[in-house]
Design a protein around this ligand. Structure first.
Ligand code: NAD
Length: 476
């Protein structure tokens, strides 16, 4: 495999490669260039060379590439699904969803290109005064392994259509998804350098990209620790950042909830993609009156989830991404059990398949409550009432998304206002996204929002322009 820089398929400068394995069966999936600082610099230079011509195109010209991309993805979507299943352990249903959602984002990005607008302003001194929005320049997009196609494309599509050029660095667990994105855009005929894809470790390639002086903006989705590091590095160059980081999202079920609906939402919110979603429902908080009934129905359903080969269309739960992640999840479960939590199901693993796990008697001191659990293990916490549920929910360094299940919608709206997070979904799980909606979090869950006009605000620069209509009198 090769990287894509300046419209060419190239090896790493060092000639080094790394192996990419299928998490389900451990087989070798691909051998990928191990880029370093030199490759990062090559890619930035290519993006920088391409930027003025790309920015000068009319939006109507730029969107033609995205119309073509829709056609290409319609034809080649199955290839993307196959890579997602084999490289990231995504079950077929989840991989298909990534492609489906991405088509919606392409349509939204096309629309957004024509919605970019400025404003005219009054002037205190009679000038004609207005502002315009322009591309920021070279954008670095750094993406994670959990929704590697959707989340890479969320950055790439909006950046490109708004007139920026891009260097994409995919996660080292899913480099082929990044390479596949380059292939799709190559077929579209994007001019050389407008999109570049560099594979390699975050520590070397990622940091070299973030610190390169010709980069204007960095958009990262990843762990909170990575976000902090990237923010620090970007601050030295006074560069813009958009950071979509981790979450420890609550799903609150109140006593008047429709329990069937609540259980459906909880099973999906907690376990879709093995629970490896930033906005997964990671803490299930139940109002006391329904705790017993909900828990018994929930555990019954969780035990019925099909765990196994992600390429089988019936599978609900595939492998977690790698051994380190599996051991981390298991440590978090073990810590809870050692401190007195009760295991209702799961708690074991086979290869990288971790059995969907539910724990009760969880306290706020346990790691499984305090930390982001990026795998299929979920704690249940019982609250006295809605107020206490909100307090428990807010007891987190994170603040990404939340779900509230209740028939009392006005009460849920009041709770939504008090929850410290960027998104709240009433009568649904915390897992929900739409291309044009403001996706993002507060506290350690990040800075900025992505999607539609919110991406536009992050990825364009405002320029104030005035026209002096008559001769002006100056004080000196
Ligand atoms: P990660 O932070 O380990 O890696 C994310 C990306 O950053 C990778 O491409 C990695 O190579 C790169 N990177 C790592 N160190 C870097 C550095 N020092 N400088 C520059 N780049 C660096 O995250 P991950 O394990 O791939 O993804 C899981 C995390 O992402 C979870 O915490 C999850 O909650 C979060 N996530 C957030 C969202 C969101 O939208 N808020 C969505 C999905 C995942």
């Amino acid at each position: 495999m090769k990287m894509f820089i300046g419209g060419e398929w190239v090896d790493s400068s060092s000639g080094e490669t790394f192996e990419d394995h299928n998490p389900f069966d451990g087989s070798l999936f691909a051998v990928v260039p191990k880029g370093d600082e030199r490759d990062a610099a090559r890619a930035i230079e290519a993006a920088h060379r391409a930027k003025d011509r790309w920015a000068d195109l009319a939006p109507a010209e730029r969107i033609q590439y995205l119309f073509k991309l829709l056609e290409v993805l319609e034809r080649r979507g199955d290839e993307v699904v196959e890579v997602l299943v084999k490289e990231s352990g995504s079950v077929v249903k989840k991989a298909g969803f990534e492609v489906f959602f991405t088509k919606g984002m392409i349509q939204d990005a096309i629309a957004e290109a024509k919605r970019v607008s400025g404003e005219t302003l009054v002037s205190d001194v009679g000038k004609f005064s207005f502002y315009i929005r322009q591309p920021v320049g070279v954008v670095v997009a750094i993406s994670p392994w959990n929704f590697p196609f959707l989340l890479s494309m969320k950055k790439v599509l909006y950046a490109l259509v708004l007139g920026n050029t891009v260097v994409l660095k995919p996660s080292s667990d899913t480099p082929v998804v990044g390479i596949k994105i380059a292939e799709l855009f190559e077929e579209v005929g994007l001019p050389p350098g407008v999109l570049n894809v560099v594979t390699g470790p975050g520590s070397a390639v990622g940091e070299a990209l973030v610190t390169h002086p010709k980069v204007s903006h960095i958009t990262l989705t990843g762990d909170a620790a990575t976000g902090r590091r990237v923010a620090e590095l970007a601050a030295r160059g006074l560069k813009g950042v958009t950071l979509e980081l981790g979450g420890n999202d609550p799903l609150i079920v109140l006593e008047d909830a429709d329990l069937e609906q609540a259980v459906d939402a909880a099973v999906f919110g907690a376990f879709f993609h093995q629970g490896q979603i930033c906005m997964s429902s990671k803490r299930i908080i139940l109002e006391k009156g329904i705790a017993e009934e909900f828990t018994s129905r929930f555990v019954q359903r969780v035990k019925g989830l099909k765990v196994g080969d992600p390429s089988s269309p019936e599978t609900d739960i595939g492998p977690v991404i790698n051994q380190a992640q599996l051991l981390e999840v298991h440590d978090q479960v073990t810590d809870a059990l050692n401190k007195g939590a009760k295991l209702l199901c799961g708690g074991t693993y086979n290869g990288l398949l971790y059995e969907p796990t539910v724990l009760t008697d969880v306290t706020e001191e346990m790691r499984i409550f305090k930390e982001e659990v990026f795998g299929p293990a979920r704690p249940i916490i019982v609250a006295e009432d809605a107020d206490q549920a909100v307090r428990i929910a807010n007891n987190s360094i994170y603040g990404l998304s939340a779900g509230i299940i209740t028939r009392d919608v006005p009460k849920a709206i009041e709770m939504a206002k008090r929850l410290e997070c960027g998104m709240v979904h009433i009568n649904d799980s915390s897992v929900h996204d739409e291309p044009h909606a403001p996706f993002g979090g507060v506290k350690s869950s990040g800075i900025g929002r992505e999607g539609g006009k919110f991406s536009m605000a992050e990825l364009t620069e405002i320029k104030w322009v005035t026209i002096q209509p008559f001769r002006r009198h100056y004080p000196i």
